[in-house]
Write a protein that binds this ligand. Structure first.
Ligand SMILES: [Zn+2]
Length: 487
């Protein structure tokens, strides 16, 4: 028992001790050789350690199969999809500060307690931006209504709207080059979609960049690779000391239309009317469900998704799915009568879309217990077909996780990738806590993201079964291993 528990440290101190001895006597003809062979022994013990962890994790093959069977073929089949449909059909979308978000939290609190899990709420103050009525029309060179969605945190226009000529640019560089032409105009950004991570800068910073060169409003081409005339909203950031001008997203189709007209030398005029405003911060909650660990209740494996959404569509994909599979993972483990050594905690964040507000507060409140957070997990890129687990941690932790994902062979998702980061878990990862994100076949994710198209119709029950199975196996096994993940 002793040798097993204290294995590597004892070997290490023995090694140091012998190293000291050999340094002290100095005269030993074989001292260098002895050190070499001891170093070799160290390598052997590392090897043994990884064989040990491989054997320990392989011991979970049967239980992993049971979880997978229950989620994918058994009584729990399609349950996370059914739960998501019931939740999003009943509540609808759930933007930060809205009555719907309050209803959503109550709904989940009740549903999770009825499921027999421990659940509690942790209060958070969250932003309260309201869209109000909004519209945009092209006045010249011909009349046409434009589909828009105001961007989160935007100010409104005067009641009569803003009518101005348009300056279409393809990039921030072009805006700088043509700064003198922007004064008094509505800047239309018609930037091509490269990737969400890169292109989203236009949505986040476009209004302030346009205001700096004297624009009166800005319209941003939606950050999506695909469109059937759908505007996609999202959060935007005003820069300090820069005039706050109204800003909305427009469709790819309308951005390209205005771009072509401008290239022909036609004068394009748009009238924009927005009632958007920011109200005082609202009261909200992170929703926390748990299965308490039997041996180390204070140690935690955290699974998460966010409960809030944008105020369009149903927020089924972003991120109802991530929230539901995190709950479902706990349900599967409970249904099988399992209880891991450590606590499994599903956290359904509030106000993620406003910059991870609920998650940041959770980190600030709980970081004092950082050494007890074993692994933090987030699903916020959709719950389509799972392809891999993305993981951030040191090499020793990665070795453990490589063994854990082998247990997912029955659903063919044994790949462990890099970059476990996600908005809501990133504070933990930056502080050195191992983190994991769900990687799904997400090519369609940004088609629907933050638009009216984010509905139950894009969700598939079988895909959600697979996501739930993966989520549950990884969380359960890590929470039940002898040791926490190395960090
Ligand atoms: Zn999201």
């Amino acid at each position: 028992m002793m040798a097993q528990e204290g294995g590597p440290p004892i070997l290490l101190s023995l090694f140091m001790f012998l190293l000291m001895l050999s340094a002290q006597c100095g005269c030993h003809p074989h001292s260098a050789g002895s050190i070499r062979s001891l170093a070799a022994a160290g390598a052997v013990s590392n090897q043994t350690a990884s064989e040990d962890i491989a054997a320990e994790v392989a011991g979970y093959t049967d239980v992993a199969k049971k979880i997978i069977d229950l989620a994918v073929f058994g009584a729990a089949q399609n349950r996370s999809h059914r739960r998501l449909a019931d939740f999003t059909d009943t509540i609808g979308n759930r933007v930060s500060g809205s009555h719907n978000l309050e209803l959503a939290i109550k709904y989940m609190y009740n549903a999770v307690s009825q499921d027999g899990l421990d659940v509690h709420l942790e209060p958070v103050k969250i932003p309260h931006w309201v869209r109000g009525k909004e519209s945009a029309e092209m006045i010249a060179p011909r009349a046409k209504s434009l589909a828009i969605l105001g961007l989160g945190s935007s100010v409104g226009t005067p009641a009569e709207g803003i009518e101005a000529e348009v300056l279409v640019v393809q990039s921030f560089e072009e805006l700088k080059r043509r700064a003198s032409e922007a004064i008094g105009k509505i800047v239309v950004f018609n930037q091509p979609f490269v990737s969400y991570g890169e292109t989203v800068a236009y949505r986040e910073l476009g209004a302030s960049e346009a205001a700096k060169v004297g624009a009166v409003a800005s319209l941003i081409r939606s950050v999506t690779p695909f469109s059937i005339n759908s505007p996609h909203t999202g959060w935007q950031d005003y820069q300090d000391g820069v005039k706050r001008i109204p800003t909305a997203c427009i469709t790819i189709e309308d951005a390209e239309l205005m771009s072509r007209m401008a290239q022909r030398g036609q004068k394009v005029v748009v009238r924009l009317t927005m009632e958007a405003k920011t109200l005082p911060d609202a009261d909200s909650f992170n929703t926390v469900a748990e299965i308490t660990g039997w041996q180390h209740p204070e140690q935690v494996v955290l699974l998460s998704g966010h409960l809030d959404s944008w105020d369009v569509g149903q927020g089924a994909m972003d991120d109802g799915g991530g929230a539901m599979i995190s709950w479902e993972a706990l349900s599967l483990i409970k249904d099988l009568g399992l209880r891991p050594r450590r606590t499994l905690r599903a956290v359904l964040w509030t106000a993620e879309e406003q910059g991870g507000v609920g998650a940041q507060q959770y980190f600030d409140l709980h970081k004092v217990n950082m050494s007890n957070f074993d692994l933090v997990m987030e699903s916020d890129m959709g719950t389509f077909n799972p392809v891999a687990l993305q993981f951030t941690g040191n090499d020793a932790a990665r070795k453990v996780m490589e063994e854990v994902v082998k247990l997912l062979a029955p659903i063919n998702t044994t790949k462990l990738e890099v970059h476990g980061e996600g908005t809501d878990i990133s504070p933990w990862l930056k502080a050195g806590v191992p983190g994991a994100s769900l990687h799904v076949a997400d090519s369609r994710y940004f088609w629907f993201h933050h638009s009216e198209g984010d509905t139950m119709t894009v969700q598939d029950p079988q895909e959600m079964n697979l996501c739930s199975a993966l989520w549950a196996v990884v969380a359960y096994v890590v929470a039940d291993l002898q040791d926490m993940l190395p960090r």
